[in-house]
Design a protein around this ligand. Structure first.
Ligand SMILES: [Zn+2]
Length: 86
C-alpha cells in the first residue's frame, strides 16, 4: 500500500484562499424620491451604474452613487431614507 498524503494537503490550501465575502448591504427605497430621466437623459452612467435623478426640485441633480443621493436628500430636503430589509 503506497500512500501519499499530499493530495489532501493541497486541497486544504485552495479552500483557504477562496473565502466567501459576506457583504451586508442595507437596501434603501430611493425610487419615490427620484424622477424618471427624460428621453434625452441617460438612465445609466457609461460604467453601467444607475443614475439617480432627484425628483424633489426643479433643477437637475444627478448622482450615480446611492449613498450620496441619500445624503443629498437628507441635507437638501430633510428626507431621511430608512433602510428596508427584504
Ligand atoms: Zn434634490
Amino acid at each position: 500500500m503506497g500512500e501519499s498524503g499530499d493530495s489532501t494537503a493541497s486541497n486544504d490550501l485552495v479552500r483557504r484562499t477562496s473565502r466567501p465575502k459576506k457583504k451586508r448591504q442595507n437596501r434603501y427605497e430611493l425610487r419615490p424620491y427620484t424622477r424618471k430621466p427624460a428621453s434625452y437623459e441617460p438612465s445609466r452612467a457609461p460604467d453601467n451604474n444607475v443614475l439617480f435623478y432627484c425628483g424633489q426640485e426643479g433643477y437637475n441633480w444627478v448622482h450615480q452613487v446611492a449613498s450620496n443621493f441619500r445624503k443629498h436628500l437628507k441635507s437638501k430636503h430633510d428626507i431621511d431614507v430608512k433602510p428596508t430589509w427584504s
